[in-house]
Design a protein around this ligand. Structure first.
Ligand code: SIN
Length: 327
């Protein structure tokens, strides 16, 4: 449903993708035994008032449990964001999304859109059917951020905090305040519809060229696997992936992200396998498993590092790099 408006009105477009925020359980007291992605985004907006001078429009882009997110959905979402952001009367875009891979979608959208207007993802930890759902307040807060004149870039709004797409991570399995921004801290807070900003809005030096592929064009996503370094790690998975490549499988591995310990260190057996992969032409990137901090490079590093990116975000950065569209 997209409303047609008088040109003097400004719009906030709310794109639905599913998640717990759109989830339903058999009983209002059940906050975990629900099915995600059941309620339409138009229904999620029922009863939510637009800020003065603004009108809300809704569009359902997907309806899924975000654990099952796929890059093709990211691309479709990025295209719909780009379409709406290009409309002169659209102040910003809000996206309702599951919490489980929210940070990946946010990072992808920041990389490919680097938007000069706000794109605000929001979510819920309790389903829409809950006796006390957190979704409606999160949506109101996200709309408030999207309506903030100076806002820009991709952010995540949850439990009153605004997080940058670069820093946000899901940090709790159950509590409504499930997201954190590590050392960087939140961009700001939403209090009774007003934004209290603590630091700059997210900004990218450039945007990836992914959307230039054109509306409707299918994308061949490079296969990038994440392998964790841990006590007793082996290189067995890396060697199997290299064997697959040698056998000429349809989608050979093209990149590896090592979820490394501490300051980017990797178990020596896994590191040896990763160096074999790198020698065979596989792009290898180390990202830290630590929840906070960044990898400080050393002159003798043989494998590139992903700085402050978490393994899942480093994987997206490497995918974009491999398709030649990195920012
Ligand atoms: C999902 O990520 O879609 C389900 C879990 C959630 O939204 O909290």
């Amino acid at each position: 449903m997209v409303n047609s408006l008088s040109p003097s009105l400004r719009r906030i477009v709310v794109l639905g993708t599913g998640g717990t925020i759109a989830g339903r359980a058999a009983s209002g007291g059940d906050n975990i035994g629900y099915t995600a992605g059941q309620v339409s985004v138009a229904d999620l907006l029922g009863g939510i008032e637009a800020p003065e001078g603004l009108e809300l429009a809704a569009e359902q882009v997907a309806q899924l449990d975000s654990k099952d997110m796929e890059p093709d959905v990211w691309l479709q979402l990025a295209r719909r964001c780009a379409f709406w952001l290009a409309e002169a009367d659209v102040a910003g875009v809000v996206i309702t999304h599951g919490t489980d891979t929210l940070e990946e979608t946010a990072f992808f959208l920041q990389a490919v859109l680097a938007p000069g207007k706000p794109v605000v993802l929001t979510c819920a930890m309790r389903p829409a059917s809950s006796l006390s759902p957190d979704g409606p307040q999160n949506v109101r807060d996200a709309i408030a951020v999207a309506a903030t004149p100076a806002a820009r870039g991709v952010t995540v709004v949850c439990a009153g905090a605004i997080h940058s797409a670069f820093d946000v991570q899901k940090a709790h399995t159950y509590r409504p305040d499930a997201f954190a921004s590590g050392d960087a801290g939140p961009v700001g807070y939403v209090e009774e519809g007003a934004v209290r900003r603590m630091r700059d809005w997210p900004e990218s030096p450039a945007r990836s060229k992914l959307l230039e592929a054109g509306e409707g064009a299918a994308m061949q996503w490079p296969r990038v696997e994440i392998i964790t370094s841990h006590a007793g790690a082996t290189g067995a998975i890396v060697d199997l992936l290299l064997q697959e490549r040698a056998m000429g499988v349809a989608e050979p591995v093209r990149g590896l992200v090592l979820a490394a310990t501490g300051n980017g260190t990797v178990h020596h057996v896994l590191e040896a396998a990763a160096l074999r992969a790198q020698d065979a032409g596989v792009a290898v990137l180390r990202a830290t498993r630590c929840a906070s901090g960044r990898i400080l490079p050393r002159p003798d590093d043989k494998l590139r590092d992903a700085g402050a990116l978490t393994p899942v975000k480093a994987r997206i950065a490497l995918m974009l790099e491999l398709i030649g569209t990195a920012a």
